[in-house]
Write a protein that binds this ligand. Structure first.
Ligand code: AHM
Ligand code: MG
Length: 337
């Protein structure tokens, strides 16, 4: 029988508890932020329940629409997008939300004082994997509204901030279990959804991304469309000098990143002939994952500069991405820089 003595730790820490504890250590924190994150986690629980039911009801497959990126929108993408927008709509302190699925950002409340935050998100990353039961996820990035930009300039100048300005970032993977990882700049913490009680429970605190790792992750089928420097890296990785390596590529960034965070290695999506600026989105894919990678001791670069220092010029801007273990990212950069 486990001890029931009152001095024994209870052992279960939920996400809201964890955030509140963290805030307590920061005397200036107001608790507003907890409210924003709870909106996001509510949405992710709604999305997860839809994902789990996807094969049972008619929500798989395409919605016969093309999003602003020119990609076919899957029905679950739309549901996920709506879930986040609605869950944040009534949080009084979120002023602007912007999503991969929407051409333009949405201003939730204009002039209300205290509309402090901007939430950027990819509601359902890896959507080409929805129909085949492969892990997909939600990625989010939180910025503060800029006081130096007049409201009359519209939401875009507020949003176009470099990744270093993020106050929080995270992602959820709807996989064999549903996990949420987040950072507010004080380490990276991982929670697992207990589906019976509907709570995200702390699984790992202060995750460290291994400094090295033998897994490389990229769409090797595009190798000949990559710049020669990246091809040289992919040739090197198969040499004796590189040692025994493994290739893993899920095709859902969020799931490929999650593995990289826990096991180490490097994920790369370089520029291609078709997409010379890269495929992945700077503001709601690369930046939030870069923030998490760095907080865990890893690195993220676009091949030329630190990802989080890149000044965005458009909401849906794309970027090449090299992310993962410090030593592995540096190795790739030794070829491409
Ligand atoms: P999306 O599903 O939000 O459109 O995201 C793009 C996805 C990433 O999750 C993944 O890393 C990449 O596209 C896979 O691209 P490709 O099929 O070109 O390898
Ligand atoms: Mg995506």
């Amino acid at each position: 029988m486990p001890s029931t003595s009152s001095s024994a730790p209870l052992g279960i820490v939920t996400l809201p508890q964890h955030i509140l504890e963290a805030q307590r250590k920061h005397p200036t924190a107001t608790g507003e932020f907890t409210w924003v994150l709870s909106g996001i986690t509510l949405a992710c629980k709604i999305i997860e329940s839809q994902v789990r039911r996807a094969g049972l009801v008619d929500i798989l497959g395409s919605a016969n629409q093309v999003n602003v990126q020119g990609e076919e929108v899957q029905k679950l993408d739309l549901l996920a997008n709506e879930a986040i927008r609605q869950s944040l709509g009534y949080r009084g302190n979120v002023g602007i939300v912007a999503s991969e699925e929407d051409d333009e950002p949405t201003v939730l409340q204009k002039t209300r004082p205290g509309t402090k935050y901007i939430v950027l998100f990819d509601p359902l990353d890896g959507s080409s994997n929805i129909d085949v039961n492969v892990s997909i996820g939600t990625i989010f990035s939180i910025l503060e509204q800029r006081e130096d930009v007049p409201e009359t300039d519209g939401p875009l100048p507020q949003i176009l901030q470099p990744g270093i300005n993020q106050v929080a970032a995270g992602y959820v993977v709807y996989g064999s279990s549903t996990v949420l990882t987040y950072t507010t700049g004080f380490g990276v913490h991982l929670f697992t959804l207990n589906p019976e009680v509907g709570a995200f429970v702390l699984s790992r605190e202060n995750i460290r991304l291994p400094e090295s790792g033998n897994i490389y992750s990229t769409n090797e089928a595009y190798k000949h469309d990559y710049p020669e420097s990246y091809q040289a890296y992919l040739d090197w990785v198969k040499t004796k000098e590189a040692g025994k390596r493994s290739l893993r590529y899920i095709g859902s960034l969020v799931a490929d990143f999650h593995r990289t965070l826990l096991k180490g290695g490097v994920f790369l999506y370089p520029p291609t002939i078709e997409q010379p600026g890269g495929k992945l989105r700077l503001m709601y894919e690369a930046n939030p994952l870069a923030f998490i990678a760095e907080q865990a001791g890893g690195m993220a670069s676009d091949g030329n500069q630190r990802m989080m220092e890149k000044q965005p010029t458009a909401l849906h801007e794309r970027t090449p991405l090299i992310i993962g273990s410090k030593n592995e990212v540096e190795k790739v950069l030794s070829f491409v820089q």
